[in-house]
Write a protein that binds this ligand. Structure first.
Ligand code: ADP
Ligand code: MG
Length: 731
């Protein structure tokens, strides 16, 4: 019998790598071609407009309308020369990814009904009012007052995709509350850079500005598009809800850093060319641990740019993958039993004088500054460990965190033996001793000798969710499909609040008569002691750690909807308010949205699983069972019933096993539907999400278990759904 599955597998195997043509010229020549970056601005803006715009960007000042008119005119000329006919405000709603509504440049030249001309004014550039009633707002904006508006973010450059000029914007409600990720991100970055600059002044008064940096590493899977289309679960939920694991998967570790399959290599090259055209400095590409899993990473950038670039690259990945006959899977756990995908967020703060504040320095002052920032980061993570976990938690990421592969569902920080030793010694040193030790550069402790030691970076701990990696912290708990703004908002806000507190404490000591270095050391020592329970250099996957972390008072909650509560605790509200990032109302609204999205995701998965079970799996299994029964029946016609049952014992056992498993699948599915009905009646978004977590999800594994067993006994020819071994090993 011809089975669609064999057809798509056959086609997948026959697909050849596309020939990928490099764009003309050297990389540096087409790099940034589609971006209205400073080089382009110089050409298309008047000297005056360019000067005012870049100054406003550099100093975070607001622009007035006349400047916006000048910028819009330049942008329009450039975009039209590049073939653009439309423009859009490109924003980051609280769902995933980005949103855009395209408008053409055309306007009536005169009276309505007459001829048209291309127009794009400062007003259109600066602000728009998309009919945004269907974007989640957590009740901030009831649908009948649906006005949310988008406002231009001049700090992130506009770019062209196909025929459309995309203008990065924030998205806020009519009453001024943020309805997106970018608004609070810009506020958090503003807060942390301001606070860091002030703390830097203890060490170097020439620092005028600091920057918060992000280097993301995007993991993903590729699946042949034919196989993808034949899996309703992948198509609708981004992950496989059923599927027996392949006999061979990642046991041999032969995929990690292995040779990249030709078809994948072609995709990667194409994607890199595309990325370069958008100023995205893609630097690294390699195979990941799981079969068909890969990673790409650019050179780090300022966090606001880095996030826009990540969102853009996620869109480009999807587009380019389709061109190559693949589908890209950004879901955190597309396949059970093998590694999932994350998006490590490498985070650091640096000064305008070129100093990395998490980089051990060359002089004692620089090292004291380094220790100051590391210890404050530890404090921020310690105090906000529950919040940071909430910032990365989603229905999808729950499959990764705590699932014995990627970071555990407990936030801790890894420092490595050298830095740990320095902090331990500082903690026990008398303030005077410590000052002498650091200041005179002759010590056992050796704050000033950290750089040499650090060159040896071998004890990197892969199990830590927040690891120091030489000149930055790597927040590894972020999910691959996430907008990393969510994590970056929490982290930068927490750091900003922490640095402000640190400065207040140090200043109070100085005001009370302490020398600056004594004041710094005393507060640092106190922080080292206080934040100790967040430091953990051991195996984050072990059960001992779970017990130990609970003892230390770290947040060990694993239920996603309950984890979100961390956003609205009095401490979190106070922290976010202290740095002007969120009001309490915004935090509450955001949680409403998080719960709602969680419920919907689980609801969709439950429906797809139910459909697959009833429409696909049970029919396939009973079809096979009929064939077995037919065989048994014919055997009994020839040999008599008893003899036939003896001779065909295997078949008879299989018939029974199929009946039993099918019965279980059917009844679990019905019970799951019932649980959903009960949950759907609940009004509170939080309670509904909790009900989905507690009463619907437990059926997923039960149903899947029976289905995966059936997959192993039903005739391969009758199984119409692509199997793991097929989806995972075609490159
Ligand atoms: P690994 O996989 O070993 O963690 P990668 O080389 O894949 O490392 O990625 C490291 C990422 O960290 C890159 O995006 C890189 O640009 C970024 N990075 C390096 N230094 C910094 C820094 N000081 N601040 C932020 N990001 C950084
Ligand atoms: Mg990494």
């Amino acid at each position: 019998m011809a089975n669609l599955r064999f057809k798509v597998v056959g086609e997948a195997f026959r697909k050849k790598a596309l020939a990928v043509q490099a764009p003309e010229g050297m990389t540096s020549e087409y790099y940034g071609k589609y971006v209205f970056n400073r080089e382009t601005m110089v050409k298309y803006l008047s000297k005056e407009t360019y000067k005012i715009l870049t100054k406003a960007i550099d100093n975070g000042e607001t622009l007035d309308r006349t400047v916006a008119n000048g910028v819009a005119a330049g942008m329009k000329s450039w975009a039209m020369e590049m073939g653009a006919t439309h423009y859009t405000h490109w924003f980051q709603p609280l769902t995933e990814g980005t949103a855009e509504k395209h408008d053409s440049f055309i306007e009536y030249a005169g009276a309505p009904g007459g001829s048209v001309l291309e127009e794009f004014s400062g007003k259109l550039l600066a602000q728009a009012e998309p009919d945004a009633s269907s974007f989640p707002s957590g009740g901030i904006r009831s649908t009948f007052e649906a006005r949310g508006y988008t406002a231009w973010d001049p700090s992130s450059p506009a770019f062209i995709v196909d025929d459309t000029l995309c203008i990065p914007t924030v998205f806020i409600s009519y009453t001024g509350e943020a309805l997106d990720y970018k608004t609070p991100l810009l506020k958090a970055v503003n807060a942390v850079t301001k606070a860091a600059t002030e703390v830097c002044h203890y060490f170097d008064s020439s620092v005028k500005k600091t920057y918060s940096y992000l280097g993301w590493e995007q993991e993903y899977f590729l699946v042949d598009e034919g196989l993808y289309s034949a899996r309703p679960d992948l198509l609708l939920t981004g992950r496989t809800l059923i599927g027996h694991e392949s006999a061979k998967n990642q046991q041999l570790d032969d995929h990690y850093f292995g040779a990249i399959p030709e078809r994948v290599q072609a995709f990667m090259k194409d994607l890199e060319f595309e990325g370069y055209k958008y100023n995205i400095p893609l630097k690294t590409r390699h195979n990941e641990v799981a079969p068909n899993q890969f990673e790409l990473a650019p050179i780090f950038n300022e966090v606001n740019f880095a996030i826009d670039q990540n969102l853009l690259i996620m869109n480009l990945m999807d587009k380019v993958a389709r061109k190559h006959g693949f589908r890209v899977l950004l879901h955190e756990k597309p396949f059970a039993g093998i590694n999932g995908s994350g998006k490590h967020c490498n985070w650091s703060i640096g000064t305008d004088t070129g100093v990395g504040l998490f980089t051990p320095g060359k002089t004692p002052e620089e090292n004291l500054q380094f220790i100051t920032f590391v210890v404050n980061a530890l404090m921020a993570v310690y105090k906000n460990n529950a919040l940071l976990k909430a910032s990365v938690m989603t229905a999808q990421n729950a499959h990764r965190l705590g699932a014995n592969e990627a970071p555990p569902a407990i936030i801790s920080a890894f420092l490595g033996t050298q830095i740990s030793a320095v902090l331990d010694q500082l903690e026990n040193a008398k303030a005077e001793e410590a000052i002498v030790m650091a200041g005179k550069n002759k010590l056992k402790l050796g704050v000033s000798t950290i750089p040499e030691v650090l060159v040896d970076n071998t004890d990197r701990n892969r199990t830590s969710p927040f690891a120091f990696t030489g000149n930055r912290f790597e927040f590894r708990a972020v999910g691959s499909s996430a907008n990393c703004a969510c994590a970056m908002i929490a982290l930068n806000s927490a750091m900003a609040a922490q640095l402000k507190e640190f400065k207040a404490e140090v200043d109070a000591k100085i005001a009370a008569g302490d020398s600056k270095s004594k004041a710094l050391f005393e507060v640092i020592k106190k922080y080292i002691k206080e934040s100790k329970s967040i430091r953990f250099d051991g195996n984050g996957y072990s059960d001992e750690w779970k017990a130990e972390a609970a003892k230390r008072g770290l947040n060990c909650e694993t239920s996603v909807p309950v984890i979100y509560d961390a956003y609205t605790t009095p401490e979190s509200v106070k922290m976010f308010q202290s740095v002007n990032v969120f009001t309490e109302r915004e935090l509450e609204a955001r949680n409403e949205i998080k719960w709602e999205i969680y419920t919907k995701k689980i609801q969709i998965e439950a429906r797809v699983l139910g459909d697959l079970a009833i429409n696909n799996v049970i029919p396939m299994a009973t079809h096979y069972q009929s064939l077995l029964l037919d065989n048994l029946y014919k055997m009994s016609q020839i040999y008599g019933k008893d003899e036939a049952l003896k001779l065909s014992k295997t078949n008879s056992d299989l018939v029974k096993e199929i009946s039993e498993r099918v019965a279980k699948i059917k009844s679990y599915t019905e019970e799951m539907i019932e649980a959903r009905k009960v949950a759907n009646k609940i009004d509170s978004e939080r309670s509904k999400a909790v009900a989905y977590h507690d009463t619907v999800i437990p059926f997923f594994d039960k149903i899947r278990y029976e289905i995966d067993k059936l997959e192993m006994i039903v005739d391969d020819e009758l199984w119409t759904l692509p199997k793991y071994r097929e989806m995972l090993f075609i490159g």
